[in-house]
Write a protein that binds this ligand. Structure first.
Ligand code: 719
Ligand code: MG
Length: 214
């Protein structure tokens, strides 16, 4: 049977990256996506902006919406302090299975909890079932029309505190117009746009960093 792109991406990691070396896993995926097959990872250029925000926030609890193959999961987890936790939500079981193996290959399983399911169902369970108080950082990279409803849901569930950071991928391409309008016009957020390019291309894209003001 035909392999899928995520399966081919995982094979490239297992072939070219060193077990337990997160940087080699990130490099192997970027090399595969540049030279073999494009895939919707945040990529190396926007990945550096992600890294700088994670390092600046130095979060204890992180939520990622949309794991896909685990590329940004590995980038974020690699920068977390010892007892920090990254919860990543993925509702496609095939992608989740690939991501688990990519995360395992990087040796970062201790810092990552991959939960299979839809964000709309799981966000309301974060406090009770996952022992979360609030998130220091949220990375949004799932279906683009879900950024806004899920942000409002996180607000409603009391998962954001004064100073929580939302970092959103693809605010230009494919674009998240309703989300962007919301975080840029709401008095409850202070937003900043980081101009970059769509992963592995010259097309403009960027990340939007929004601080929740409480
Ligand atoms: O579409 C893009 N990303 C979507 C990610 C989806 C992943 O997240 C998972 N997912 C989705 N919704 C939910 C959910 N909750 C919501 C549903 O209940 N709960 C849990 N998991 C969810 C999916 O199963 C996938 O694993 C994208 C496109 C381009 C692109 C740009 C230009 C082009 F020409 C082509 C493509 C570039 C990018 O960087 C992109 O991120
Ligand atoms: Mg993306």
């Amino acid at each position: 049977t035909q392999s899928t792109r995520p399966q081919r991406l995982l094979s490239a990691v297992q072939k070219n990256a060193t077990r337990g070396d997160p940087c080699s896993v990130v490099k192997a995926i970027d090399q595969f996506c540049r030279s073999k097959e494009w895939a919707m990872n945040v990529g190396d250029e926007k990945g550096c902006i992600l890294d700088s925000v994670v390092s600046e926030v130095n979060p204890t609890t992180v939520l990622e919406l949309g794991t896909y193959c685990g590329y940004s999961t590995v980038r974020i987890a690699n920068l977390l302090p010892p007892h920090a936790k990254l919860i990543t939500l993925e509702f496609n079981p095939d992608f989740a299975a690939i991501a688990r193996q990519v995360i395992a290959w990087s040796g970062l399983e201790e810092k990552v909890q991959l939960v299979e399911g839809a964000s709309g169902d799981l966000i309301p369970k974060m406090k009770e079932d996952f022992g979360v108080k609030t998130f220091d950082l949220v990375f949004l990279d799932h279906w683009k029309d879900r950024y806004l409803p899920d942000t409002k849901l996180m607000e409603a569930c009391g998962l954001l505190r004064k100073g929580s950071i939302l970092l959103a991928d693809n605010v230009i391409c494919p674009g998240t117009p309703d989300y962007l309008e919301y975080v840029r016009s709401s008095p409850r957020y202070e937003s900043q746009y980081f101009k970059s390019h769509l992963e592995y291309t010259k097309v403009e894209d960027g990340l939007e960093k929004s601080v929740f003001l409480g």
